[in-house]
Design a protein around this ligand. Structure first.
Ligand SMILES: NC(=O)c1ccc[n+]([C@@H]2O[C@H](COP(=O)([O-])OP(=O)(O)OC[C@H]3O[C@@H](n4cnc5c(N)ncnc54)[C@H](OP(=O)(O)O)[C@@H]3O)[C@@H](O)[C@H]2O)c1
Ligand SMILES: [Zn+2]
Ligand SMILES: [Zn+2]
Length: 352
């Protein structure tokens, strides 16, 4: 074991504070990474505030962070994909059994023995796993991704969650040229949804509660922007969408969006509000519409997404911050005040 610096939250209401944690020495299949950038996902906030306690209780101290890019510092003897000095990336998962039907199908995110990057039982050290708000991490090579060399690393880090979570359902539901696609909520996930839908050739409409985000939405690739509080503007799009991606982090009325789907259209939820959402039956019955969910993406598809971003020279729009500003950043994220992802420059942790 070795020690590394990190920022942790001691309870659901405590701010983040500096700490020192232990990481395992790399085993033969492990890659040790010096973390250069880590994005701040709204899931970090839900977890730190224990908002998903019905599904998974948060264990404290909690060290979130699952949008990790860094420099490889050491590799185990059996590692073939990475060498010291190269760049490696880690997303929401650090392990799975590798043997079940989900793993064989490339859906590690649904493996019954999947280990999340943070707040999952740590089978090596006991306790729970600790995420990327830290200086260094050790991860099985199967869960380390390659970052195309043309991508800016601060902007690439959030692709590991915000990127794959929006890319995967768009591929699954056939977002292509000439499809009409809606994206609800212009945050970290939403703005990547806009970029992917645009890159895939769709006609993209952004639904936002923040009128001041309109210019940005158009710049990011939206063809139209609707302020969702304006009922008339919403009504103009009734029964017209092939696909809508809902990336809202808080309670909201999804029926307002279901009625915008055309026959056989689909609304996929990726946002994960703490409370259940109400669904009006006729919103689905009329037009044979469907409502579904999607959880990040498997490792193979995550690499495909990174390569897609490399080919299209795409990254997330980031505000790079030192880790000392993490509490302020979380306050701003709660107010939907970020353009459009915070990426922590982990060099700031070295100076502590
Ligand atoms: N399914 C998965 O695998 C997965 C992966 C990662 C994250 N998530 C979840 O996805 C959600 C979004 O994450 P994120 O990191 O993109 O968060 P974020 O950056 O905070 O964006 C959320 C956006 O939702 C909108 N919003 C916020 N409060 C709202 C309210 N009360 N009513 C209506 N709209 C509201 C805002 O957009 P406007 O200002 O444009 O309205 C905001 O920018 C979170 O719940 C997160 O846990 C799920
Ligand atoms: Zn995330
Ligand atoms: Zn499995």
């Amino acid at each position: 074991m070795y020690n590394t610096k990190a920022y942790s939250a001691g309870s659901a209401t405590s701010p983040f504070a500096p700490t020192v944690i232990s990481r395992r020495d790399p085993t033969e299949h492990d890659v040790q990474i010096e973390i250069l950038f880590c994005g701040i996902c709204h899931s970090d906030l839900h977890t730190v505030r224990n908002e998903w306690s019905d599904l998974m209780r948060t264990v404290y101290p909690c060290i979130p962070g699952h949008e990790i890019v860094g420099r490889v510092t050491k590799v185990g003897s059996a590692v073939s994909k990475f060498k010291p000095g190269g760049i490696g990336a880690v997303g929401c998962m650090v392990d799975s059994d590798g043997t079940c039907p989900e793993c064989h199908a490339g859906f590690e995110q649904f493996c019954p023995n999947m280990v999340l990057t943070y707040n999952s039982p740590d089978k090596h050290l006991g306790g729970v796993t600790y995420g990327g708000y830290s200086d260094s991490i050790v991860v099985d090579e199967r869960f380390v991704l390659r970052v195309p060399s043309n991508l800016d690393l601060a902007g690439a880090a959030p692709l590991l969650c915000a990127g794959i979570t929006t890319y995967s359902p768009m591929r699954r539901w056939g977002v292509t040229r000439d499809k009409k696609v809606g994206v609800v909520g212009l945050g970290g996930l939403g703005h990547m949804g806009v970029k992917f839908a645009h890159a895939l050739g769709a006609h993209v409409v952004v639904f936002t509660t923040s009128p001041h985000k309109k210019e940005d939405a158009l710049r990011l690739g939206a063809d139209e922007v609707v302020v969702s509080r304006h009922a008339d503007a919403m009504q103009k799009h009734a029964s017209s969408f092939d696909f809508i991606l809902d990336a809202v982090s808080a309670d909201h009325d999804i029926n307002a969006y279901l009625q915008l789907l055309r026959r056989d259209g689909n609304l996929t939820l990726v946002g994960a509000p703490a409370k259940p959402l109400a669904v009006a039956a006729f919103g689905l019955l009329l037009g044979r519409r469907s409502l579904s969910g999607s959880l990040i993406g498997g490792i193979r598809e995550t690499q495909e997404m990174l390569d897609f971003c490399g080919a299209h020279n795409m990254t997330t729009d980031v505000e790079v911050i030192p880790i000392q500003k993490v509490n302020e950043a979380c306050e701003r994220l709660l107010k939907s005040d970020v353009k459009y992802r915070f990426s922590i420059d982990m060099a700031s942790l070295k100076s502590e």
